[in-house]
Design a protein around this ligand. Structure first.
Ligand code: SF4
Ligand code: FES
Length: 330
């Protein structure tokens, strides 16, 4: 089995493992960001370039570095390979550039977007982006598209990750009615001649979309996600696993989503549209208990504790610098 070194740490992995998968095996702090790769969807990866790394040694046989940064989700490890990710300033700078490109046409309408608070692009920009963008051009604009009675598409927010297309390929096969049309900066996710997506598993595209481009019409504008109370629940369903996450406000079920099964927020057990859109009464479900949100996000447990710690540290510096808070000034 090949042995690879990532940011100075060695791991032995099965043949055929990609650098990104090997880094995830090492732990979350080694894992490059990924906006298009999704471990449970076939054919994902290679579209967004957020997972770029530098291969400083190609293999035990070939100690030369690879000439360019490579997408770690599409590059298989070789025995003796050495990879630099978070330890290489060139890689970090390149990731900043990728974030800038992803935001080039993004409307930054987080204050009114349903995905705010659980958006992968927000997290990415916060963790890997630059403080300022340099774009002075007009962003492209689309009218929202109704793709069925339950899903609305906001193309303005799409980052062309292809996750929804690949998921539809996997779940619907030849019945898929949406995809990427046009090319380059004109490319857009769309259905052929405004078709609606009415496959009985279609709602899953909402969960895998990393941004707020595909939205659940039964939840739109009902609540900010951080005002809801996520609960794990299940029901007996003859179409899917029936294991879901309910987003509650009091006793009201505002939204039903599939339950992510790993620390990267990825779903492995997809749910049917009946569970997602039609079972909106709390009595439809057996409640298991509060969900543990294991992500760096405003909705995760202890997030505010973390912020408080930062504040405590900042306050210490203020004191050392002789700074007097404005409410304590004479
Ligand atoms: S709609 Fe969402 S999932 Fe589909 S390509 Fe755009 S960003 Fe990706
Ligand atoms: S996660 Fe590798 S290219 Fe998108």
């Amino acid at each position: 089995m090949p042995i690879v070194k990532i940011d100075g740490k060695e791991i032995e992995v099965p043949k055929g493992t990609t650098i990104l998968q090997a880094a995830r095996m090492l732990g979350k702090e080694f894992a490059p960001p990924a906006m298009c790769y999704y471990s449970s969807i076939k054919g994902t990866g290679g579209f967004c370039r957020t997972c770029l790394v530098r291969v400083s040694k190609s293999s035990a046989q070939n100690p030369n570095p690879m000439p360019k940064l490579v997408p770690s989700c599409k590059t298989e490890v070789m025995d003796g390979m050495e990879v630099e990710s978070y330890s290489n300033p060139q890689v970090l700078e390149a990731r900043k550039g990728v974030v800038e490109f992803l935001l080039l046409n993004h409307p930054l309408d987080c204050p009114i977007c349903d995905q705010a608070g659980e958006c992968k692009l927000q997290d990415l920009a916060y963790e890997h982006g630059a403080a300022k963008g340099r774009n002075e051009f007009k962003r492209r604009e689309f009218e929202p598209i109704e793709i069925g009675d339950k899903i609305k598409l906001h193309m303005n927010r799409c980052i062309h990750c292809y996750r929804c297309v690949k998921l539809a390929d996997m779940l619907a096969g030849k019945e898929r009615v949406h995809g990427m049309i046009h090319r380059g900066e004109n490319s857009e996710i769309s259905t052929y001649i405004q078709n609606s997506i009415d496959h009985e598993w279609s709602g899953n595209v909402i969960d895998v979309c990393p941004v707020g481009a595909l939205t659940d019409k039964t939840f739109r504008f009902k609540s900010r996600v951080w005002f809801t109370n996520p609960m794990d629940a299940h029901r007996k369903c003859d179409k899917c696993c029936g294991k879901v996450r309910l987003w509650l406000k009091g006793q009201e079920v505002l939204r039903v989503t599939a339950r992510p099964s790993n620390e990267y927020g990825e779903v492995t057990e997809f749910i049917c549209n009946e569970c997602r859109f039609e079972k909106k009464k709390i009595s439809d479900w057996v409640i298991e208990g509060p969900s543990k949100i294991d992500r760096h996000s405003v909705i995760s447990i202890n997030h505010y504790e973390h912020l408080n710690q930062l504040k405590v540290e900042a306050m210490k510096h203020q004191k050392a610098l002789g700074f007097i808070p404005f409410d304590k000034r004479p």
